[in-house]
Design a protein around this ligand. Structure first.
Ligand code: CP
Length: 290
């Protein structure tokens, strides 16, 4: 299949090429694809991914189309495959898909247009990983030898799972931190206070209440105090260390209100970079490189 489904099968050189092209776009490179049209098929809510893909399309002269899930034939039982094939038959040149099902794209063999994964279940979110890498590269100029702590709701996070695999391949040491109930095998465990002292990147994760089977036995204030990023922890961060978060953020839970836009935070820069990495992956797909 064409497009970008996961980074797990993309070699390091290609990942570096995508980031390099995204940086070129940020520095003013102009590329256009007049007459092309693409659709964003989101079966799960999204602000950043959906609209930064649409912004990337507009910047590339591509006409973006939205999909109104509630008003669509999905509710008459149409499958994902049939919906995507329908848009292909209508003449779109690519689709961006977010779906609740892990690796949903296994069901899309036979689709001829590029597919861009905007997030699948708790498995992967490749353009989020790319924008996180771009942000890290801009900050440090390298990946090799950096230490990153994924902090919070690890087990429900496609960002933690997708980022960890690629970051390890690029030579970063990946730790995880947070409550016992959210632990998995994504990385070596580290206490939050050690993480802020030792790590170059504190990659906070949203507590994903909508995915929890059981309620957390802890108040929001207790969660922030035990596992979250407080101004006091920011004051103890490693020299040069940065804070990232894929957003949306839960202010007052995994991150204190005053930390969201503090000097160490790169949260809004990540969102800006998201437009450029999406321009890069669309361009590479439409020129036959992805
Ligand atoms: N970071 C991210 O994927 O945000 P959205 O869910 O708003 O797209």
């Amino acid at each position: 299949m064409k497009g970008l489904l996961t980074l797990k099968t993309i070699p390091k050189d290609m990942i570096n090429e995508i980031i390099s092209l995204a940086l070129d776009f940020k520095n003013g490179l102009k590329v256009t694809f007049p007459g092309k049209k693409m659709v964003t098929l989101f079966y799960e809510n999204s602000t950043r991914t959906q609209y930064s893909f649409q912004m990337a399309m507009l910047n590339l002269g591509i006409t973006p189309m939205s999909f109104n899930l509630a008003g669509s034939s999905v509710y008459k039982g149409e499958t994902l495959y049939d919906t995507v094939r329908t848009f292909e038959a209508l003449g779109v040149d690519g689709v961006v898909i977010r779906h609740t099902q892990d690796v949903y794209y296994k069901d899309l063999e036979g689709v001829g247009i590029p597919i861009f994964n905007g997030g699948d279940g708790t498995s992967d979110h490749p353009t989020q990983t790319l924008l996180d890498l771009m942000t890290i590269y801009e900050e440090f100029g390298r990946y090799e030898g950096l230490k990153v702590a994924m902090v919070g709701d690890i087990s429900h996070s496609r960002v933690a799972h997708g980022n960890a695999e690629v970051m390890k391949r690029l030579g970063m040491k990946v730790y995880v931190s947070g409550p016992e109930q959210f632990k998995d095998t994504t990385g070596e465990y580290i206490e939050i206070d050690e993480a802020v002292r030792e790590c170059d990147v504190i990659n906070l994760l949203r507590v994903q209440f909508e995915r929890h089977q059981e309620a957390m036995n802890i108040t929001k204030e207790e969660y922030l105090e035990k596992y979250g990023m407080t101004p006091e922890r920011v004051s103890r961060m490693k020299k040069g260390g940065i804070i990232m978060h894929p957003a949306p953020v839960n202010r007052g839970i995994e991150i204190h209100n005053d930390v969201v836009e503090c000097e160490r935070s790169r949260i809004y820069k990540q969102m800006t970079n998201g437009v450029f990495v999406r321009m890069a992956v669309i361009t590479m797909a439409l020129t036959g490189k992805l």
